[in-house]
Design a protein around this ligand. Sequence first.
Ligand code: SF4
Ligand code: SF4
Length: 210
Amino acid sequence: MKEWRLWKRVKYESEVDLGFASEIASIPGGEKIFSCIQCGTCSGTCPVSQYMDYTPRRIVAMIRAGFKQEVLSSFTNWLCASCYSCSVECPRGVKITDVMYTLKRMAIQERVYPLRFPIPVLAREFYNSVMKCGRNNEIRLTLKLFLKTSPLQLLKQTFLGLRLLRQGRLKLKTESIENKKELHSLLQAQESGTYKVSKYEEHAVVGGTS
Ligand code: SF4
Ligand code: SF4
């Protein structure tokens, strides 16, 4: 079995995407992936690497080798807990956590994430809801998540959902912000890389809000 899986991962040069590494290198600080010495410190320090299909060190190696399909469809990106441990410990300053965020975004855009795996579905539905109303509605989000990943779980959680509704912990109505246009242009600017993060926001992000 192991040999078969290894055989599946062997590729000819014509089958790999040699522009993939440049795509990742174009994010701020992304060019550091070319400085990686494959020491494995990131994988050793990662608290969830044992559950990943490819460790952070392998992800960096696969990006440089052009294994785009395998990297984008792996579970690794979605299991990353954004703890920044790998980024802090890396001796070459590779910002692996930021690379993981980029991979998640690309996987959603290209719809190559593991099907029925809840985390990417949750991320996509949350994003869609915020894009539409500027706010999230927990009931709708949970319903969509269960329907698209595990419909049976929906039946099991119905009682809990009703109890939370009765206690006012969940709301049926989706709130909406007034200036959706401004939100859309902000998100679009960020996606296209033209949005500049202010010093205050940078501090808030580093301080643990993301
Ligand atoms: S710790 Fe840094 S240099 Fe070492 S394998 Fe990971 S990314 Fe590469
Ligand atoms: S940021 Fe992600 S990849 Fe890096 S150590 Fe934490 S969980 Fe692992």
